[in-house]
Design a protein around this ligand. Structure first.
Ligand code: HPA
Length: 239
């Protein structure tokens, strides 16, 4: 299914230039950082809208790192084009999240078991009526195995995928946590999982806690860059 490439948002002309497994950070500059720090022979493959993507190898295996942008609208576009038109099989989002409980500490690494959302993304995209979508269990199993081999603690949990970062009623999160069992919030995984489900592909989401809605603690962007290294190593090792 490669007759529609290049796509409107990805200027890559051949499916060969993109690996079967793609790591997706939200920030395209983080994709650059990962490529330069971890990949052998990284080649930049996308510049459209500065949504940088790189393909290289890690321990001899071909891998692509590609920015998703923020929010479900953005990751919805990039993950759909990668899955459907570039024959990508696995997308692992590597992102940040806000903690909804005091048990979660800054820099903890989480793996989304599933994503709950009030978003209309899946309903509009495919008519899906549910409000939660699972990550691919097989992918999660392999990620947990990789984390164990690296001795990095990873907690599997349900995350809240939100369309809104700044809510007028800040305390709304307590309701979402208590009613739906979400322990952390981010803004992309529900759309990623919806696309994977519809297209018969695999998706997972690794997250580092960057702030806490309960305690108000936050990390600086520099601290985040360093802390995220752990999570990237887990994703790369699994890939
Ligand atoms: N809200 C939504 N997404 C996030 C947050 C948050 O507090 N922190 C990191 N990603």
């Amino acid at each position: 299914m490669s007759n529609l490439i290049p796509t409107p948002h990805i200027e890559v002309k051949s499916t060969n230039e993109i690996a079967k497994t793609v790591l997706m950070p939200g920030d395209p500059l983080r994709a650059k950082f990962i490529a330069e720090k971890f990949l052998e022979n990284p080649v930049k493959i996308n510049n459209v809208r500065n949504m940088f993507g790189y393909t290289g190898t890690y321990k001899g295996k071909k891998i692509t790192v590609f920015g998703s942008g923020m929010g479900m609208a953005s990751i919805g576009i990039y993950s759909f084009e990668l899955f459907k038109f570039y024959d990508v099989e696995n997308i692992i989002r590597i992102g940040s999240c806000g903690a909804y409980t005091t048990e979660l500490k800054l820099y903890d690494v989480l793996l989304a078991k599933d994503a709950w959302s009030e978003s209309s993304y899946a309903k509009v995209q495919s008519g899906y009526e549910g409000d939660s979508i699972e990550a691919t269990p097989e992918l999660n199993k392999n990620i947990m195995k990789a984390a164990k081999s690296l001795n990095i603690p990873v907690t599997q949990t349900r995350v809240h995928s939100s369309d809104v970062f700044y809510r007028e009623n800040f305390k709304q999160f307590e309701d979402i946590r208590d009613t739906h069992g979400c322990t952390a919030v981010e803004m992309e995984s529900f759309a990623l999982f919806a696309n994977a489900k519809v297209l018969g592909k695999n998706a997972a989401c690794l997250l580092t806690v960057s702030d806490s809605l309960v305690s108000g603690e936050v990390t600086t962007s520099e601290e985040r860059q360093n802390a995220f290294t752990k999570m990237m190593e887990v994703a790369l090792e699994m890939a």
